[in-house]
Design a protein around this ligand. Structure first.
Ligand code: ADP
Ligand code: ZN
Length: 222
């Protein structure tokens, strides 16, 4: 009998900008080390701040609120996913974001013997999304997410985890946000039907308090 050892379960966190993908991934991975968080947006922001080749290629599109190319994302994510060792549940935050990226992920999963476990769709009203994004702050050091009303650091403007400064992201301004939401609808929402048809979609209404949503996500993964 062929015994397949699945060392890695993959969970895709799907949702609009501001839906709480990063926040959920941070909470889950801080509660249980089996969870690992991979954020394509944080990887890109780090690449931009280090001015790597990928960072220079991605910078313009990110500022405008457009997607960077599927090839660039695939190249960046691939080594990270294939390099993960040990048993874990990998929380994908921000990838895949297009149907083409979903196909790229399927190939990666096949070549590393992982299993696509579930796709959690964080569903939020559009007006709530804009409020959440406008108040969002991010740590310059470790990328941790905060919010001026709902996720406050202990010391004003300073990250609890690493002590670096908290800033608003360059793409979190009203004009860019509207554009990012339309890009989400056109390019990412088709993934909802795709994964629903594969029986993997778990819809979570992400309107309440953060702790409540964390519990809903855990139940959806159960
Ligand atoms: P949000 O979900 O709030 O829009 P992210 O941090 O996930 O923020 O992404 C920020 C930006 O990085 C996106 O607007 C896009 O330009 C780029 N990006 C992140 N992930 C991807 C991806 N999988 N494919 C293409 N572009 C991406
Ligand atoms: Zn930090």
């Amino acid at each position: 009998m062929l015994l397949l050892l699945i060392h890695m379960k993959i969970v895709i966190l799907l949702g609009a900008p501001g839906s709480g993908k990063g926040t959920m991934a941070e909470r889950l991975s801080s509660q249980d080390p089996v969870f690992r968080h991979l954020s394509s947006g944080s990887m890109l922001r780090e690449a931009v701040s280090n001015q790597t080749r990928a960072g220079r290629l991605a910078e313009g599109a990110m500022k405008r609120g457009e997607l960077v190319s599927d090839e660039l994302i695939a190249e960046m994510i691939k080594d990270t996913i294939l390099g993960i060792e040990g048993e874990c549940t990998l929380l994908l935050d921000g990838f895949p974001r297009t149907v083409a990226q979903a196909a790229i992920l399927d190939q990666m999963i096949e070549s590393c013997g992982a299993q696509l476990w579930a796709v959690v769709w964080l569903d939020v009203d559009e007006e709530d999304l804009v409020d959440r994004i406008v108040g969002r702050r991010v740590c310059l050091g470790c990328g941790a997410g905060y919010h001026i009303e709902t996720i406050l650091p202990e010391k004003d403007g300073v990250c609890d985890l690493c002590g670096e400064a908290l800033v608003a992201r360059k793409d979190d301004n009203l004009e860019t946000i509207r554009h990012r939401l339309s890009v989400y609808k056109a390019s990412t929402m088709p993934l909802i039907d795709l994964y629903r048809s594969r029986g993997l979609l778990r819809r979570v209404m992400s309107a309440g308090a953060i702790n409540e949503t964390v519990e809903l996500v855990k139940n959806a993964l159960g």
